[in-house]
Design a protein around this ligand. Structure first.
Ligand code: FAD
Length: 413
């Protein structure tokens, strides 16, 4: 069986490793001329770390990322509202990692090159046709412009939020939906934010929110930050480019007086060599992902707001489930249908859960009740209100520790 994967991002590369581990042949086709360590920080939840551990990458992850211990929410003055344990601190057998997206991609890429073979670069997917026996894929060489048509048994669109495979499968009425929140992102060398392994989320999405966490264990200790500012009413946008440059003068004024004594946010922003800008977007969940021998995976299948450590994590879970179905069901179309039946309902629910901006209700309440800050959160919120905030966050960050710890492995032996 020849499987073609379009896209050499986190999802596409993990799919190649998973198919290879399950004994299947595949090839990754990537539009970019070179795969560079792009992006800034992302978080990998224990569910995803388990899968990468089963692929033998635990050592590389531990040497590169930061094992996350807590997610702490504060108001915009730094007053602690709630601290939730993450990863092994929460009882999972596998850690959560805060890691540079580009470094994670390079770990996956090195493993793919070593185990599966070269990634086909500078080659863009343009279209496909399928019949009962296979799929004919149209590819264009990004350098020469030459078009080739190739026959494969299965086609997987892992080509991200602007997926061309998705556009072929769902040509109508599938816009990018924007919250009206602009996200500026950057990394800078910084001594220590809290204990050095906590994801700190301050403020509220109704006005401005600042998320920061370390992404390297070795010196110099890089801190990733994301500034989320409400700049418009929700609407449709035409573009979402992860590599679009942002400007210091656009983001800095929103956080000019965010000084927590131990942590001076304006200085962190100013210390960043490069600032990126991205609209907080998603798309409506699809009524179906694929047809026959063609399917979608990762952001191509279920783009969601990048606020819950789910972008990379869910793509990795998709990859592992897809490989399990393709390796254990002989008919490719049936295997893809089984994969979609397992993954589409869960991820559609997550897309919708992210839309509620889960902790927003409580952080807004804190801002209204204590507009100038507080000494003790017990003076501002009742126990039930705090418990509701924890539940809301758990709804997007899988809170069932036991289920993961006890679930049998997805590896195909
Ligand atoms: C450059 C870049 C930077 C990012 N930075 C961050 C970040 O800082 N923080 C964060 O949370 N998330 C970031 N993301 C998104 C994050 O990687 C995803 O949300 C998540 O990892 C799911 O990955 P994916 O493999 O589904 O998609 P992606 O990681 O987006 O990968 C999709 C891949 O498909 C390729 N591709 C697209 N169209 C075609 C085509 N027609 N033919 C062939 N190849 C194609 C793209 O070049 C890309 O390599 C970034 C994505 C990219 C591409």
């Amino acid at each position: 069986m020849r499987v073609m994967i379009i896209g050499g991002g986190i999802g596409g590369l993990t799919t190649a490793l998973s198919l290879h581990a399950a004994g299947l042949d595949c090839e990754v086709v990537e539009g970019a001329a070179e795969l560079l360590p792009l992006g800034v920080g992302i978080n990998l939840q224990p569910h995803a770390v388990r899968e990468l551990t089963e692929l033998g990458l635990d050592g590389e992850l531990a040497a590169t990322g930061v094992e996350t211990t807590f997610m702490t929410f504060t108001d915009r003055f730094g007053g602690e509202i709630l601290a939730l344990p993450r990863g092994r601190s929460a009882g999972y057998r596998w850690p959560q990692y805060s890691i540079h997206r580009g470094e994670l991609q390079m770990i996956l890429l090195d493993a793919v090159r070593e185990r599966v073979g070269p990634v086909r670069l500078a080659t863009r997917f343009e279209g496909y046709e399928q019949d009962g026996d296979g799929v004919t894929v149209t590819l264009r060489d990004a350098g020469s412009g030459e078009v080739t048509r190739e026959r494969v048994d299965v086609l997987i669109g892992a080509d991200g939020v602007l997926s061309s495979v998705r556009a072929r499968l769902h040509p109508d009425d599938d816009p990018l939906l924007w919250t009206g929140i602009r996200m500026w992102r950057g990394v800078a060398v910084w001594d220590k934010v809290l204990d050095g392994s906590t994801v700190l989320a301050s403020g509220t999405n109704s006005t401005a929110k600042f998320v920061s966490y370390h992404i390297s264990v070795a010196e110099p200790r890089w801190v990733n930050w994301v500034a989320e500012v409400k700049v418009a009413e929700p609407g449709v946008v035409g573009e979402a480019n992860w590599s679009r440059p942002g400007r210091l003068e656009d983001v800095a004024p929103h956080f000019a007086d965010w000084d927590y004594q131990h942590f001076h946010i304006p200085s962190l922003i100013a210390a960043s060599e490069r600032i990126l800008e991205y609209p907080m977007v998603d798309r409506d969940p699809l009524p179906f992902w694929g047809e026959g021998r063609v399917t979608l995976l990762g952001d191509a299948a279920h783009p969601m707001y990048p606020i819950g450590s789910n972008g990379g994590s869910q793509a990795i879970l998709d990859a592992r489930v897809l490989a399990r179905h393709l390796a254990t069901v002989s008919d490719p179309a049936e295997a893809l249908a089984g994969y979609e039946a397992e993954r589409r309902p869960v991820t559609s629910e997550l897309v919708l859960a992210h839309r509620t901006l889960p902790v927003e209700k409580t952080t807004l309440l804190v801002a209204e009740r204590a507009p100038h800050g507080f000494d003790d959160i017990a003076d501002v919120l009742g126990e039930q209100e705090l418990a509701a905030m924890a539940d809301a966050q758990h709804a997007i960050t899988d809170s069932d520790v036991r289920a993961l710890n006890e679930r049998p492995s997805w590896s195909v032996r």
